[in-house]
Structure formats: structure tokens, C-alpha cells
Design a protein around this ligand. Structure first.
Ligand SMILES: [Fe+2]
Ligand SMILES: [Fe+2]
Length: 256
């Protein structure tokens, strides 16, 4: 089974880019299922219901989130029926800790966890949380989006659970790493990177973030309006022998 997992989608304009390009990308890479991290879709923070529906209409099977899960509070209303895995170690009773996706005769379990190093969220231990989830998950394949800042924590999680899940894919930093590997048939990358405007600082407007760093004075951060887009992620081939390769595509929308 070939899966495209896209890293953090930044800004609603990226949905338009996907509308025009995703089918062709799927054809080119023989992709059967698409997943994404959707924590930054709506104005760079959170996911509105209308944008969730647009991503679903594109055929995105499952979505994972992160520290911006509840930045758009309407998500609380539509989470119960959504194919969205929220960080399972958030100490709340909302949403799904495991999302099951059926593809032909196979079932894929999607889990989202957050790291605790350099993350300013109240979180249970991702290891203890995942230990209990593993006891209840029944699926042919298990995918984990590990949303965190520290590569050491992501790598530690990888070695703890390699051989027990199909993929552990890092998100949150918005910078794609070049360390794809497979160990004990578990695919890994420290960070899938982001999908959004290229001339940006992690997707946000460059001048606004520069001002913030230089003077400490800043307004709310806006998504960059650059017309060059970059899509980052990974392509997984899951079977008896699992493989992972990096995915990266640049698209100029000034011609649209
Ligand atoms: Fe993000
Ligand atoms: Fe994040």
C-alpha cells in the first residue's frame, strides 16, 4: 500500500494548491491513500469545519494535529464524526485517540502524539499513553505522527516502538529533515516538513516574524502571501517490507 503523508499544511491557500495538484501527484507516485497534518490550515492556526470538509473532499483519508488542535474552537463540535486523530496524550476527553481508516481489506490505525520537550502544552507521557493504546489497537498497519520540537525525543520514541508499528513520522518544526530510515520494518523521519508558502518563516510572513525577533513587538502572525509553494512529506510503501522516501515538490501559483 502506497501512502503519501503530507507535513503540516499552513494556510487555507495551500488547499487550493492541493486541489490543482494532488491528483497528478497521486498518479505520478502511484499513491493509494493520503494523510496530512492539519494543525495549521486555517489562517495558520487550527482547522475550521469548512477547511476540514475541503480536505476531505480532496480525498485525504486521515488527519493528525498538534499544539494548534484547538486554536479554532469549532473543532470541538465536529471532532466526534471527523477522521482526525488529536494528540492522544492531551489530558482531555475530546476527539479520537485512534482513527481507523479502511482501505480495501486492510485497516490502518492513525495515532497522533505530542512530544514534551520544549512544548508548552499540558501533556501526559507519550510513552505511557502509547503503551496503553497499543494494547487496544487492532489494525493491519499503525501510523504515528509524533508532533514535537526535539529530534532526540522523536528518535527515542522511534527506537522504543520500532518493530511494533509501521511508521513514526515527525511533525511540528515545519522543516523537513533528511534522515528517513527503516529499522525493524518501522519507517521513520524526524520531521516531514510543511506544505505552504516558500518565502516564509515556517509558513508565516517574513517581515512580521523578523520584527518579532528584532524588536519584541509584534501583531498576530499572518501566513505568508508568497506565490511559490512547497509541499513536503513522505511516501510510505507498506507491505511485508516497509519503505519510506522523502517527498518534496515546489509549485509556482503565480500562473494560476
Ligand atoms: Fe505546525
Ligand atoms: Fe505544531
Amino acid at each position: 500500500m502506497r501512502i503519501l503523508y503530507l507535513g503540516d499544511i499552513v494556510g487555507e491557500k495551500t488547499i487550493e494548491v492541493l486541489k490543482k495538484n494532488l491528483e497528478e501527484i497521486k498518479k505520478e507516485h502511484h499513491i493509494q491513500l493520503v494523510f496530512c497534518n492539519a494543525e495549521n490550515v486555517t489562517k495558520g492556526r487550527g482547522l475550521s469545519y469548512s477547511h476540514y470538509k475541503e480536505l476531505k473532499a480532496l480525498g485525504i483519508a486521515g488527519m493528525s494535529m498538534g499544539n494548534h488542535t484547538f486554536s479554532k474552537s469549532e473543532i470541538k463540535d465536529y471532532l466526534p464524526d471527523a477522521t482526525i486523530a488529536i494528540p492522544a496524550n492531551l489530558p482531555c476527553d475530546l476527539g479520537k485517540k485512534v482513527v481507523y481508516i479502511k482501505y480495501n481489506t486492510e485497516v490502518i490505525a492513525l495515532v497522533n502524539l505530542m512530544g514534551r520537550v520544549y512544548m508548552n502544552s499540558p501533556l501526559d507521557c507519550p510513552f505511557q499513553t502509547f503503551d496503553s493504546l497499543l494494547k487496544e489497537i487492532q489494525a493491519d498497519h499503525i501510523l504515528v505522527d509524533f508532533h514535537g520540537e526535539a529530534t532526540s525525543e522523536k528518535k527515542a520514541f522511534f527506537y522504543e516502538y520500532s518493530g511494533r508499528v509501521d511508521a513514526i513520522l515527525g511533525s511540528h518544526t515545519h522543516i523537513k529533515t533528511d534522515d528517513e530510515e527503516v529499522y525493524k520494518n518501522t519507517c521513520y523521519i524526524s520531521d516531514m516538513g510543511m506544505c505552504g508558502p516558500k518565502y516564509s518563516i515556517l509558513g508565516s510572513d517574513v517581515s512580521g516574524i523578523l520584527e518579532r525577533f528584532k524588536t519584541g513587538v509584534y501583531d498576530s502572525v499572518k501566513v505568508s502571501t508568497d506565490t511559490k509553494y512547497i509541499l513536503n512529506g513522505v511516501i510510505l510503501d507498506l507491505g511485508k517490507v516497509n519503505t519510506i522516501e522523502g517527498f518534496k515538490k515546489e509549485i509556482d501559483i503565480s500562473y494560476y
